[in-house]
Design a protein around this ligand. Structure first.
Ligand SMILES: Cc1cc2nc3c(=O)[nH]c(=O)nc-3n(C[C@H](O)[C@H](O)[C@H](O)COP(=O)(O)O)c2cc1C
Length: 189
């Protein structure tokens, strides 16, 4: 039996009325139906990162454990002032070496027609410095408030489009995850 690949799906904001959390849960649910995949959902609301930086006192040990265990990441970010939220940056900043040689995919979300593309573009600079390896395309949720129903289920008219995009993106993410897992195992031996 294949060892499962562990994908950490990171929600990007702690905002009370956040809509992008629906996209994050949808992506996590999608991934959990894939073969030989274990999904860990990371809501920044559930973690605590005192101060700034990645000194031991600035970490949350539960997040450290997840980053250590993850073979790949999927970050789902809303766009705030043409960038990504501070809580996502704070969470990402709290680790460094444990991200190295692991792939990451992105989804953006916004209440307008840009779909969070500027948030994802601005994430690239920070993420590159962590050692995470980015893919060459993303998934976007423009007018995210219209895509899911009140219970967070994707509306029927959007289902096919997003299943197709996510299918392609996860094929690539899992391919990278497997390759880099083997690379890291080689580095350890
Ligand atoms: C502080 C703040 C700044 C925002 N700035 C932008 C922006 O620059 N561009 C944009 O398309 N939407 C912007 N939005 C609206 C978000 O796209 C909208 O809230 C959407 O639902 C996704 O974010 P959410 O998960 O917080 O709901 C902003 C929202 C907040 C709270």
């Amino acid at each position: 039996m294949n060892e499962k690949l562990v994908i950490a799906v990171l929600a990007g904001t702690t905002r009370e009325q956040r809509e992008s959390i629906k996209a994050a849960h949808y992506i996590a649910d999608f991934a959990s139906q894939l073969e030989d995949v274990e999904v860990i959902f990371v809501d920044p609301k559930d973690f605590s990162f005192p101060g700034d930086g990645n000194d031991p006192e600035g970490k949350d040990p539960r997040y450290t454990e997840i980053v250590a265990k993850a073979d790949a990441f999927f970050i789902v970010t809303p766009e705030y002032n043409h960038s990504f939220p501070g809580s996502l940056k704070r969470m990402l900043d709290s680790e460094l070496a444990l991200y190295n040689h692991k792939p990451v995919a992105f989804a953006g979300a916004s209440n307008g027609n840009w779909g969070g593309v500027r948030a994802v573009e601005s994430l690239l600079t920070a993420v590159r410095e962590t050692g995470l390896v980015t893919l060459s395309w993303d998934v976007y949720f423009p007018y995210v408030q219209n895509i899911f129903d009140a219970e967070g289920r994707i509306k029927e008219e959007y289902r096919e489009r997003y299943e197709k995009s996510l299918g392609k993106l996860f094929d690539e993410l899992l391919l990278f995850a497997q390759m880099f897992k083997q690379l890291r195992q080689g580095e350890k031996s």
